[in-house]
Design a protein around this ligand. Structure first.
Ligand code: NDP
Length: 292
C-alpha cells in the first residue's frame, strides 16, 4: 500500500506521540463523513486523531475506529486519540465524568491525550465563570492517575497560565495545542513550551491559505510565487510545504480534511526537508494574524 506513517516523539511523561494528527473540526457535512474519513485516514497511515467534546463527532470517530480495528488495519494501541474538555466542565469534580462521557461516545477505555480545550470556563447555560485553571488541572491529573487519559495537556494556554499550573501542581502539561501557521508563527510561546519539554500541536496549519470567512485575510495566497517556487523545487504542493515547515520547527501539525486525496497528500510530508533558506523565506509571512 501507499500508506505513510508519521514518526513519533516522546512526550515529557514518557509516552510516544505521532508528529502529525488528523484534524476533525468541521461542518455538519464533515461530521456526516467522519466515519468514512477515519477509515480513509487510517488506510493512508494516520495514527493520531484530534477531536473534542465540542466537535460533536466523537461517536462518528468511534465508529470509524471500530471499523479499522475490525478490518484488522490497526489495534487500539496503534492509535493515538486526543480529545478535549469543554469550558462547561471546568469544576474539578466534573473533569473525570466529562472524560468518561467522551470515552463512552468514542467507544474507548482510555484516550492517549486529554486537553483542557481553553483556559476559559462557563456554566451549563454558557454564562462565563471564573474557575481557576489550577482546579481544572487537578481534575486532569486525577484523570491520568485513573488511567482514563495516558497523557494530559492544555490548549490555547499562554506562558503565564502554564507557569501557574506547574508552580501549583509540579505536573507539566505534556502538550499545548495552539494556533500556528504562516501568518501566526507564535515563536515566543513555542520557545517557552519547547524549553520546558512541552510538545506543541499546531492547529489550523493551513492558516489563511484556505478560506476562513474573514473580510481581509493577510497574505500569502495559495498561489504566492514564493510558496509555489519552493513547492516546485521539492515536487510537493504548497499545502505539503507549509506542513513540512511546521514539522521542521518540531511542531505537530493537525491538518483537517474529509477528502480522500487531500488526506493522502497531507501525510505525505516525511520524505523531504526544507533548507534553512526556504524556512527563512516562509518565516517572512508571519504577521501575527490569527483566525480565532
Ligand atoms: P486546517 O488548517 O486544517 O484547514 C482545513 C481546511 O483546509 C478545510 O477546508 C480543508 O478542506 C482544507 N484542506 C485540507 N487539506 C488541504 C490541502 N492539501 N490543500 C488545500 N486545502 C486543504 O484548519 P482547521 O481550522 O480545521 O484546523 C485543523 C484542526 O485543528 C481542526 O480540525 C481541529 O482538530 C484542530 N483545531 C483545534 C482548535 C483548538 O482550540 N484546540 C481550534 C481550531 C482547530 P477539505 O476537508 O475539503 O479537504
Amino acid at each position: 500500500s501507499n500508506a505513510v506513517l508519521a514518526p513519533t516523539i516522546q512526550l515529557i511523561d514518557g509516552n510516544n506521540i505521532p508528529i502529525l494528527a488528523l484534524g476533525t473540526y468541521g461542518s455538519d457535512k464533515d461530521k456526516s463523513r467522519m466515519r468514512q474519513t477515519v477509515n480513509w485516514a487510517v488506510e493512508a497511515g494516520y495514527r493520531h486523531i484530534d477531536t473534542a467534546a465540542l466537535y460533536n463527532n466523537e461517536r462518528e470517530i468511534g465508529e470509524g475506529l471500530q471499523d479499522v480495528i475490525n478490518r484488522g488495519l490497526v489495534r487500539r494501541e496503534d492509535m493515538f486519540i486526543t480529545t478535549k474538555l469543554w469550558d462547561n466542565n471546568h469544576e474539578r469534580e466534573k473533569v473525570v465524568p466529562a472524560l468518561q462521557e467522551s470515552l463512552n461516545r468514542l467507544g474507548l477505555e482510555y484516550v492517549d491525550l486529554f486537553l483542557i480545550h481553553r483556559p476559559s470556563s462557563e456554566d451549563e447555560n454558557g454564562k462565563p465563570l471564573n474557575i481557576d485553571i489550577v482546579e481544572t488541572w487537578q481534575g486532569m491529573i486525577e484523570a491520568k492517575r485513573l488511567g482514563l487519559a495516558r497523557s494530559i495537556g492544555v490548549s490555547n494556554f499562554d506562558a503565564k497560565q502554564i507557569d501557574r499550573l506547574i508552580a501549583s501542581t509540579q505536573v507539566i502539561p505534556a502538550v499545548n495545542e495552539i494556533e500556528i501557521h504562516l501568518s501566526k508563527g507564535q515563536a515566543d510561546l513555542v520557545n517557552y513550551c519547547q524549553a520546558r519539554g512541552i510538545a506543541v500541536m499546531a492547529y489550523s496549519p493551513f492558516g489563511f491559505l484556505v478560506s476562513r470567512d474573514i473580510p481581509n485575510p493577510p497574505p500569502p495566497k495559495i498561489d504566492d510565487p514564493v510558496l509555489v517556487n519552493i513547492a516546485r523545487k521539492y515536487g510537493k504542493t504548497v499545502g505539503q510545504v507549509v506542513l513540512r515547515y511546521l514539522i521542521d520547527r518540531y511542531l505537530i501539525p493537525i491538518p483537517k480534511s474529509t477528502n480522500k486525496a487531500r488526506l493522502e497528500e497531507n501525510i505525505n510530508v516525511f520524505d523531504f526537508r526544507l533548507t534553512e533558506e526556504d524556512c527563512a523565506a516562509l518565516s517572512q509571512f508571519d504577521s501575527n494574524t490569527g483566525i480565532f
